[in-house]
Design a protein around this ligand. Structure first.
Ligand code: COA
Length: 435
């Protein structure tokens, strides 16, 4: 990463502040030489006020301990039968790993806690086979985790679950990560794996929607390295369960975690749920968001300067474009009832979503509202974006004489010398929504 990448990173920081990221660490990663770097990356995320929950596996260590002690174990990943010997080894391995993670975080001055937030029940008897001490997540103690996070402490969750009678079960860590992410409404679930990202025809799959990921999993299962197959399966489950972004990152690669989160093109593979997009009317508490959103365009003179108070005063004129509950764009419709005219103003799209059709959706939306309100004409004033209105919005350049008198006066007083763009709404052509 270069220092100049910080500028790009800065655009993500306000969007991620106070959001929950669940990071699922494979046991093999904790044993890797790159683990101290990974802890530093986690410390960076934490310092940006991202709420981190760490879930870890222990399969690698369970296998190692079984070899060292010469004991026979019944499974390593918490999905098969867990007999008493395997449970004992799992307990020792998991506790040691939790401790190691805590040690790493302590070096970065981060407080962490070992939490018993996973309430588990036995997996039970399946096809006549008793799975003994293998458990499944029954419930996540959400309140406990929220309290820990609110105190700026990182909860560490081992691949174990507890029941009300004090029994402990070995639970698969991928399933715990999904359950925790779901319970906390996490913005991201990140599987840090010991293998490289997913590929198709030799090319890295940068991102795919969950439906495509499912198809890939069905048709290319044998090509997916065995040690990340369960992660891919759980990533799909998580997306289907409402987690909008699930990432697979190779934890053996330096900077992979930060690169995946903050670089536009990522470094690993992201599986995403279909984005929930909507345009809604702004309310009072959105004034600050609008003010911050358009700041850069005001500085570059694309948009006219508006104070927070001015925005607040006309807040009901503003509409916001949201994806996954993040505000990514705005527009305003100022009415001139006496002239049966409306001004489309303050059109702005966040850098991350430019060129994805949001600007045209906002223009089409305002045009629809203006028509519904019985307006006969729509106009916009622009110094740098007039070509967009002409080519993408069907506006034509016009004389300032066409402006409502009150607006014309303001135009004359302004030194901006904006071009005036008009659209006649008396025609029956209704704007077609942009796909
Ligand atoms: C102008 C703006 C709203 C466009 O939003 P967007 O979501 O990126 O636009 P869309 O994705 O809907 O449309 C992209 C198309 O518009 C074109 N476009 C974008 N900005 C343009 C401009 N200034 N002039 C001409 N065309 C432009 C793109 O080239 C692209 O064309 P293509 O589909 O033929 O490839 C956005 O760039 C922005 O916020 N700009 C800064 C603020 C601003 O200037 N606002 C207008 C104030 S009057």
């Amino acid at each position: 990463m270069k220092p100049s990448d910080l500028r790009g990173i800065l655009t993500y920081v306000p969007r991620y502040r106070e959001r929950v990221f669940v990071i699922a660490l494979d046991g093999e990663i904790i044993a890797d030489d790159n683990f101290p770097n990974l802890i530093l990356d986690i410390a960076v995320l934490w310092s940006l006020s991202i709420r981190i929950v760490l879930v870890h596996g222990a399969g690698h260590q369970i296998r190692q301990m079984a070899i060292e002690t010469g004991k026979t174990i019944s499974n390593v990943d918490g999905t098969g039968i867990t007999d008493k010997t395997t449970l004992d080894i799992a307990l020792t391995a998991a506790n040691r790993l939790t401790h190691e993670i805590m040690q790493g975080l302590t070096v970065s001055d981060i407080r962490s806690i070992y939490s018993n937030a996973i309430i588990a029940h036995p997996l039970g008897i399946i096809n006549g086979t008793d799975h003994l001490f293998t458990g499944k997540v029954e419930r996540v103690e959400t309140g406990l985790l929220e309290k820990i996070l609110a105190n700026n402490i990182i909860p560490i969750i081992p691949p174990l679950g507890f029941d009300g009678d004090g029994r402990t079960y070995r639970v698969n860590s991928d399933s715990i990560a999904v359950a925790v992410a779901k319970a906390l409404g996490a913005s991201k679930l990140i599987f840090v794996t010991p293998t490289d990202q997913l590929t198709k025809n030799g090319q890295r799959i940068q991102q795919f929607p969950v439906a495509e990921a499912e198809e890939y999993y069905r048709s290319c299962k044998s090509q997916i390295p065995e040690n990340i197959r369960s992660k891919v399966e759980h990533a799909i489950l998580a997306c289907r369960d409402g987690i909008s972004r699930v990432h697979l990152v190779n934890g053996k690669e330096d900077e992979a975690l930060l690169g995946e989160i903050f670089l536009n093109e990522g470094i690993g593979t992201m599986i995403h749920a279909n984005e929930y997009q909507s345009i809604r009317r702004a309310v009072k508490k959105d004034a600050q968001t609008i003010y911050s959103l358009i700041k850069k365009s005001v500085q570059s003179n694309e948009l006219v300067r508006r104070s927070r108070a001015m925005i607040l005063q006309q807040i009901s004129d503003y509409y916001l474009f949201e994806a996954d509950r993040l505000v990514l764009g705005c527009v305003a419709l100022h009415e001139y009832p006496e002239d049966q005219a409306g001004e489309l103003a303050c059109l702005f799209v966040h850098e991350s979503h430019k060129g994805t059709g949001v600007g045209q959706k906002l223009v089409a939306f305002v045009e629809k509202i203006a028509r519904e309100k019985g307006m006969k004409k729509l106009f916009a004033l622009s110094t740098q974006t007039f070509a967009f209105f002409q080519q993408k919005g069907g506006f034509s350049e016009s004389s300032p004489d066409m402006l409502p008198p009150a607006r014309r006066e303001k135009w004359e007083q302004s030194a901006r010398k904006s071009k005036v763009l008009f659209k006649d709404l008396t025609s029956s052509v209704v704007p077609t929504p942009v796909p």
